[in-house]
Design a binder for this molecule. Structure first.
Ligand SMILES: [Zn+2]
Length: 100
């Protein structure tokens, strides 16, 4: 299973792909992803069996494109998102922001 970058179309194995995730936003339920190849930054939502790409819109995240990743699972935590696929798992932490 290889997962593509939607900007440069490079393809990554799950380990390389999910290690490039950072900053889980629990409110919008999305993670930031930075392409290791082209540096493109995308927001995506990890869903059961797929990744959803889209844009924040009126305080919500609207999914426009989906990439199927059979077997993908997710578990939301207080300040993290746990992603698992087959026997591997990755943890994406929420970056804590200073109060304004
Ligand atoms: Zn790329």
């Amino acid at each position: 299973m290889l997962i593509p970058c939607l900007a440069c179309e490079s393809r990554f194995g799950p380990d390389e792909y999910f290690n490039a995730c950072s900053d889980y936003n629990r409110g919008l339920d999305l993670v930031s992803w930075t392409c290791p190849h082209c540096g493109n930054r995308d927001d995506l939502r990890v869903l059961p069996g797929e990744l959803g790409f889209g844009y924040p819109h009126r305080g919500r995240f609207a999914v426009h494109d989906r990439v199927r990743v059979p077997g993908l699972r997710r578990q939301r935590g207080e300040l993290r998102l746990d992603i698992s696929l087959e026997r591997s798992s990755w943890r994406v932490h929420t970056r804590l922001r200073q109060p304004a």
